[in-house]
Write a protein that binds this ligand. Sequence first.
Ligand SMILES: [Zn+2]
Length: 161
Amino acid sequence: MNNPFYYVIIKWVNDMELNELLKELDTNLVIRKIEKSDKILYLYCDIDCMIVECKYCGTESHSVHSKYTRTISDLPIQNYQVKLIITVPKFFCTNEKCSHKTFAYPIPFADKNSLRTNRLDDYIYQIGMKSSSLDAEKQISGSHVSVSNNTILIIIKKSSP
Ligand SMILES: [Zn+2]
């Protein structure tokens, strides 16, 4: 798995490089704005995608119905927690026979309703499997990921074969 500190070599103040990094998650992801607090880097992102296939019937649509915002935590960068605040488009399905009138852009890097990217869950899982959950919580928060003991247990349970 990736070491989250591979980010260390990235000069994240350079938007272009940060954009490239986010494209590992989804090539359609584009950073619109960056904000920084003491501990958290907020990356406001758009989905740059004009045509999407309806996930129910496969018909292509370029007709945007609405947009909503989703906040998803990602792997840390240097000493910062990372939160992606993504404006997600919803499209009309133009196929009259389709069972759905609209569908949301399918985010490929996080489970439906998840507050974390899959790669962040993988990271938490790897540490959680190696140590007791209390040690894991300490270790994970030491690496600038905010996650509760309870969430660690849920991720281990979900990811275990
Ligand atoms: Zn459809």
